[in-house]
Design a protein. Structure first.
Length: 181
């Protein structure tokens, strides 16, 4: 029995940059548009602003059938704890945002038009991620269906290639009503 998807009103989530840039077909440019929407935003106090607008850099992206993206970032002091290692919440934030926008090439007007919401984010920390490291976050869309998606990512130290942390991120689709004109 098919169920009708839960619909959210437009007023529930209306910040700039929420919808993927469907008019851009190139996977790299579509994901970059997500990052650029933060740079253009006046809402600089949102939790992920600094990461998205300033620190996460898109290196490469692929579209269907094997959707993925590679990002780099420097571990600056604002992301570290008192031991000068990248704080667990900061690692999780980097994984959350990178794997989320890596799904952008899959989006169409009627499919994953919005980034969705997290259901689970499982992060395994393998080595300390030290202040000053340049890290590479390699993301892959494992599966994306009408309502749920699974992505995963690996964070490596750029200089050595050592794996620092891994994650699996499960997302749920969010469908919004179109505003009545």
């Amino acid at each position: 029995m098919a169920t009708k998807p839960k619909i959210y009103s437009q007023d529930n989530q209306s910040p700039p940059g929420v919808a993927f840039a469907l008019h851009i077909e190139d996977p790299l440019k579509r994901i970059q548009a997500c990052l650029d929407s933060y740079k253009a935003s006046d809402d600089t106090e949102v939790f992920e602003y600094s990461l998205m607008a300033n620190d996460l850099q898109l290196i490469s992206a692929t579209g269907l059938p094997h959707v993925g993206a590679v990002f780099e970032m420097d571990v600056s002091k604002k992301y570290t704890n008192t031991m000068f290692n990248m704080q667990g919440g900061a690692v999780s934030l980097a994984f959350d945002m990178a794997t989320t926008i890596a799904t952008a090439p899959c989006a169409t007007r009627d499919f994953w038009r919005f980034p969705g919401v997290s259901r689970t984010l499982s992060v395994t920390f393998l080595r300390p991620i030290k202040l000053g490291m340049r890290v590479v976050i390699d993301c892959e869309v494992v599966q994306i269906g009408q309502r749920l998606a699974t992505t995963r990512a690996t964070m490596r130290e750029k200089a050595t290639g050592n794996i620092l942390a891994i994650c699996e991120h499960n997302k749920a689709s969010v469908v919004f009503k179109e505003p009545k004109l």
